[in-house]
Design a protein around this ligand. Structure first.
Ligand code: ADP
Ligand code: AMP
Length: 216
């Protein structure tokens, strides 16, 4: 099964993708994570992407579609994929169709996480992750069970993203509205879009997604 989690920054895509990895053995492909890894490693892609990401703008379609194709090639044909943060533009949606077809895959569901924009700034400015395993947390909504210790791996170092500040978030939301939300109709026309209330509790969101994937 191959699915897209679609929603603005802070909607909960990464949170839900990580749960699907645990519960269904699917693999999360987050272009944001891949780009951050490239920036950290100082690769040519990372060098090109850094300033664009820091500004909250979109990296070129060619770069992100290239890395998605490469990553898919590393996976077994039977591994289900969750696209998180990709596609973000109409050309990326077109590329994804070609990328999937070339690999004998198809798209089963596009799940839209619907969220109230005012809540997103609070979600994003309070977000932090485990520096060791990447597990996501939030200052108000999801603290580690033992303060300062990652629930998942026991790591004690945490980090915050440089682009998770209020000013950049506004640009990222504007990019979502202008370039990403308009791709929904492409998938609506195929009858594969489901809408989930992303303002609900994380567990309820996870349940709603499970129900969709199980065809309930
Ligand atoms: P995205 O991947 O869509 O940018 P994240 O999954 O990183 O969003 O979520 C952003 C922040 O909001 C994280 O700190 C996460 O812990 C928190 N969060 C995610 N889902 C919910 C929810 N349903 N209710 C409250 N907080 C949430
Ligand atoms: P994310 O982790 O999904 O919030 O993405 C962080 C940043 O990486 C975005 O603000 C963009 O600059 C860049 N990015 C991630 N995915 C894409 C994509 N599919 N297309 C263009 N830029 C992307």
């Amino acid at each position: 099964m191959n699915i897209i989690l679609l929603g603005p920054p802070g909607a909960g895509k990464g949170t839900q993708a990580s749960r699907l990895e645990e519960t269904r053995g699917m693999v999360q492909l987050s272009t944001g994570d891949m780009l951050r890894a490239a920036v950290k490693a100082g690769t040519p892609v990372g060098l090109k992407a850094k300033a664009v990401m820091d500004a909250g703008e979109l990296v070129s379609d060619e770069i992100v579609s290239g890395i998605i194709g490469d990553r898919l090639d590393e996976l077994g044909a039977g591994t289900g994929v969750i696209f998180d943060g990709y596609p973000r533009t109409a050309p990326q949606a077109e590329s994804l169709d070609a990328i999937l077809t070339e690999r004998g895959r198809s798209l089963d569901h596009v799940i839209e996480l619907a969220v109230d924009e005012d809540a997103l700034v609070e979600r994003i400015t309070g977000r932090f992750t485990c520096a060791t395993c990447g597990e996501g947390y939030h200052d108000s909504f999801k603290q580690p069970k033992i303060s300062g210790v990652c629930d998942k791996c026991g790591g004690t170092e945490f980090k915050r993203r440089p682009d998770d500040n209020e000013e950049t978030v506004r640009t990222r939301m504007a990019e979502y509205r202008a370039k990403t939300a308009p791709i929904l109709p492409i998938y609506e026309a195929r009858g594969i879009v489901s809408r989930v209330d992303g303002m609900a509790d994380m567990n309820d969101v996870a349940q709603a997604i499970t129900a969709i994937l199980d065809g309930r």
